[in-house]
Design a protein around this ligand. Structure first.
Ligand code: CO
Length: 247
């Protein structure tokens, strides 16, 4: 009985033969090294293959994919890919590409318990929470999840800009960050025009002073007067406070 995975091995033979037929030295040239200009951070979804949807070839895009294309600042996998791409491959552009109809986004918008993955999806819940007013104003369920796909991409580009790796690169050279969303229903990419090309594009508290780059100290915008505590401790009834979570 033919196993379904044999289709892949068969497909690979056709691929290798076709490439060699078009260019006999194709694999010899590729085996010498890679100089990709782009780092792609995309969703693991099988319907969003980076090379195929951008008509690019092997060697052109360095790729990292995870559920819902997240940039989490404690993810050692992503940070290692990012460092290698930026510091050693010297990519010129980093693209965060989400997609409409994303299962990860949809799952994060519900209260359904899935298991461990909910800890990962929690990052999307934070984006939802931050933009709740805008999202709740959208009546259509699909349109709402599509907007969250966009807002999620914007947030992940911001997260990239906050990394030491991207900021270190900015102190030495140009590096452009992009936020895109891919449409499963029409095969087209929408550029969200999220421009992050330098430290000026992020809030001051996230800026690092690297290689002598001058960063403005954060300004205290608080209008709440400073209350000096009395020197003597006054015994008082302990108060139970309910703290509402802030955004
Ligand atoms: Co997805």
């Amino acid at each position: 009985m033919e196993k379904s995975y044999q289709k892949l091995i068969q497909g690979n033979k056709i691929y290798a033969e076709t490439k060699k037929f078009k260019d006999p030295e194709y694999f010899e040239k590729l085996s010498k090294g890679q100089t990709p200009e782009y780092l792609w951070i995309g969703c693991s979804d099988s319907r969003v293959p980076s090379n195929e949807i951008t008509s690019t070839q092997s060697g052109e895009i360095f790729v990292h994919r995870n559920i819902a294309n997240l940039v989490v600042h404690t993810d050692t996998n992503l940070l290692s890919v990012l460092e290698y791409a930026v510091k050693y491959l010297e990519v010129k552009h980093i693209i965060v590409c989400g997609h409409y109809g994303c299962g990860g986004i949809k799952a994060a918008m519900t209260n359904t318990y899935h298991g461990f993955v909910d800890n990962w999806l929690r990052n999307i819940k934070d984006v939802y929470h931050k933009n709740e007013d805008e999202l709740l104003a959208i009546a259509d369920k699909d349109e709402r999840s599509n907007r969250l796909s966009e807002l999620n991409v914007i947030e992940q580009v911001r997260n990239l800009a906050k990394t030491t790796i991207v900021q270190e690169a900015w102190s030495k050279r140009e590096l452009h960050l992009h936020g895109w969303v891919y449409g499963l229903n029409d095969g087209l990419i929408k550029d969200l025009s999220v421009i992050h090309d330098g430290q000026d594009d992020i809030d001051s508290i996230y800026r690092f002073s690297i290689n002598g780059t001058k960063t403005k100290a954060p300004v205290n915008k608080s209008t709440v007067p400073v209350v000096k505590l009395p020197l003597k401790k006054v015994a008082a009834k302990p108060k139970i406070q309910r703290v509402k979570s802030s955004r």
